[in-house]
Design a protein around this ligand. Sequence first.
Ligand SMILES: [Zn+2]
Length: 585
Amino acid sequence: MAYQALYRVWRPQRFDDMIGQEVITRTLKNAITTNQISHAYLFAGPRGTGKTSAAKIFAKAINCHHQVDGEPCNECETCKAITAGTLNDVIEIDAASNNGVEEIRDIRDKVKYAPTVADYKVYIIDEVHMLSTGAFNALLKTLEEPPANVIFILATTEPHKIPATIISRTQRFDFKRIAANDSYDRMIYILKQKNVTYDDQAVKVIAKAAEGGMRDALSILDQALSFGDNEITLDNALLVTGSVTHELLATYIAQVLAGDTKAALASLQSVLEAGKDAERFTEDIIGYSRDLLLYQQAPQMVEEAEMGSVSADFQALAKQTPAQTMYAMINELNAIQQQMRFTTHPDVYLEILTIKLAEIGRQKGSAPVATASAPAPDAAAPAPTQAAGSAEVSELQHEIDQLRSAVKQLEQAPAQTTAAPAKAKPRVTKSPAAKEVNLAKIYPVLGSATREKLNQLQEVWPDLLNSLTVTQRAVMKVSQPVAAANSGVIVAFDYSFLYQRATTDHELTDALENGLDRMIGSALPVVFVPKDEWPVIRKNYLTAHKDELQATGDSVAEPAKPAANPVVTKAEALFGKNIVDVKQD
Ligand SMILES: [Zn+2]
């Protein structure tokens, strides 16, 4: 006999066999025993939570002549035929594959014929939100004048995509995600029935990985079984789910919280080398961080969710870490998770993430940690705020310096001096994203940049990165040379925070320049720019260059352009258009 998937074999055949949907099953049974059956039902909820199982049990129960307390007998011909899917009066339609208007028109034509064998004709339309507008309209007409003895059960994972006119004609049931505990119990039951040896921890890992879907839980269990020769081991469960052990997660999180970038990157490397899925790993970190936060507020909730296995490491981390840091980390994790969906290189994102998290750990985690005996939250709280404040001030100071030097550059330029930039006192309102770009270093490189030099740099770039340390490489991984001359190379970064990090890391600059010395025979100065500002910088350089040329000849050829405040233009080039607010007095 061919192997049958666990979720098929163990698909519930009675309402009482269903897991985690007690309110719904009780209501449906009650409707059947009191004979208060609606013409149309909407079963909404996440995948694998029992919507189609409930629909089929319902179809059996209303047609079974031996039903007891709203449950089908599962023994009679009708019950058996519905279970096997061979009863013509119970029609299952998958809207995901049959989304045409024709299918629903077909229903409208056939719906008027009375059921042939059963008492009720039941249409189960799965993934009903996939129907086209035309098909919804056809369905609505049928629901508006429901023929006797016909019942529609519409199942969907996305009820918000169903027209309100349809929903209002149905009785709606919202299926819940299945609690990890419930799916754990169900799996243990099945494993015992099948006489399979199992590691308790392994089943917990699977229950959590399934995220509330019983079908997913059983599919994962199936895979773990096929790996393990009729045995469920923790290793196999971790392998199949792509999850990371709690210990490894605890180590990783402790490392980033301590601000130890190097150690955290090494842990990450071993996770990835073990073949773990990057997205899964991110989810695991998010879950772990949320649990830490939750544990601080409501430890018993975490105990329950973890099914009683809260490690000492976890408890210690929860005690040590300020909630503020956890929030910052979770925000970062969510942002990176969004970006990861659109990349083919999630590993790179994980490295970025690690660096960023370690930065958060360094900033806020370095605040005095409350000791177990004498927690001092009041003393610890203001510290990060003050630090952030002074950091902001010094950053602002930097920008003002930048602006000043830009002004000086303009003054020195041989172009027209009508704007009197020295008198303008721009007040710059900065956004946190503002960053300083060293134009004084960039412009000379641009002045003598050649395609040839750039090609040479691009060629050696991968080797150059390989010569760096793990931490340095992670910072530089999303960088690329964008312009090069014999006087220097300009390197653009995809992420401004990496750009900022690179600019302040002198060891990194030294390593790059030394590497270039070895590879191309000259220690070219390396200048960094954020990639999103690169086009503006380049364009601005070209504009300035053009003005210079024009100054020698017809200086008032384009009156509109020279009239523009060069400081504003400069400031915009420095900080971007939308974050500069210049006020003149
Ligand atoms: Zn029956």
